[in-house]
Design a protein around this ligand. Structure first.
Ligand code: HEC
Ligand code: HEC
Ligand code: HEC
Length: 183
């Protein structure tokens, strides 16, 4: 019960948050509450609107579709912090069915391995075996599993149907996949 209440509260708060920030409406550095507007060094920093407006737009989070920006070659991130690992792209999906009453989660390896090496997740966050990890939404909202990155550095947890993208009722048909995440 407590977890369900936490999820409902979370959705309500996020709806409020996204009503305030419009699409592509990046705050200037002098007004973001992080940088000191009096410090003359602020001049040498690139403004978010200048850096991000050239990438593929998105309605959520920091308003950039990072997956499509990478696929179009607009950015070229390193597969590991030290740059000492080669990217190895894996094009498989894992369907996660413990999602009632929402749609199934379709976890796509491809967009993840275009960004990072296997070691970013295996075995520290996830054992590489279907259903070997006791994942649930409460833990994700507390910053574990998918929530280590989503809501922190990748698209926010308010985008339910990007993960919960597969309708169990139409599974097997083309229309099964409704979210942007599944491909
Ligand atoms: C980053 C991906 C992701 C996002 C975004 C996401 N979920 Fe989930 N959700 C999961 C995963 C993974 C599971 C566990 C699936 C499994 O183990 O089979 C899950 C499970 C659930 C469950 C099943 C019960 C439980 O407590 O685990 C519910 C309900 C749920 N999510 C609701 C939501 C709602 C509502 C949102 C949007 C506010 C949301 N989820 C956003 C990935 C996500
Ligand atoms: C962003 C995190 C992430 C990255 C990066 C990642 N994986 Fe996974 N992997 C997962 C998750 C989540 C599962 C599903 C675990 C579950 O069902 O509990 C999984 C499952 C697997 C499985 C078992 C399912 C299957 O399809 O057989 C294998 C094998 C696997 N991963 C290999 C790899 C390899 C090889 C790489 C690098 C090329 C990689 N993974 C990169 C998160 C990741
Ligand atoms: C180690 C970090 C990390 C973890 C853990 C992680 N993701 Fe992601 N995920 C990313 C990044 C980075 C991207 C690409 C940037 C973005 O879309 O914000 C991404 C993108 C995605 C996409 C969008 C794909 C597209 O085509 O647009 C989906 C769906 C997704 N993740 C689901 C999940 C689910 C479900 C889990 C947990 C089972 C998970 N992720 C765990 C980092 C992570």
């Amino acid at each position: 019960m407590r977890r369900i209440r936490a999820i409902i509260l979370f959705i309500a708060l996020s709806a409020l948050g996204s009503a305030v920030v419009g699409a592509g409406n990046w705050k200037p550095l002098s007004d973001d509450g992080l940088h000191d507007p009096e410090n003359p060094a602020i001049e040498v920093l690139q403004e978010p609107a200048e850096a991000l407006s050239v990438l593929v737009p998105d309605g959520a989070g920091n308003k950039v579709d990072w997956v499509r920006s990478l696929q179009q070659g607009l950015i070229a991130p390193r597969p590991s912090l030290e740059g000492d690992r080669e990217p190895e792209i894996l094009d498989t999906n894992v369907l996660m069915k413990n999602t009632y009453p929402l749609f199934y989660v379709n976890f796509p390896h491809k967009p993840h391995t275009e960004w990072m090496s296997c070691e970013a997740c295996h075995d520290r966050i996830f054992l590489p075996q279907v259903d070997a990890n006791p994942i649930n939404m409460g833990k994700i909202l507390e910053g574990e599993y998918c929530g280590l990155c989503h809501g922190a550095v990748s698209f926010p947890l308010t985008e339910c149907n990007r993960c919960h993208s597969t309708n169990p009722a139409t599974l097997g048909r083309e229309s099964a996949v409704v979210g942007e995440g599944a491909q």
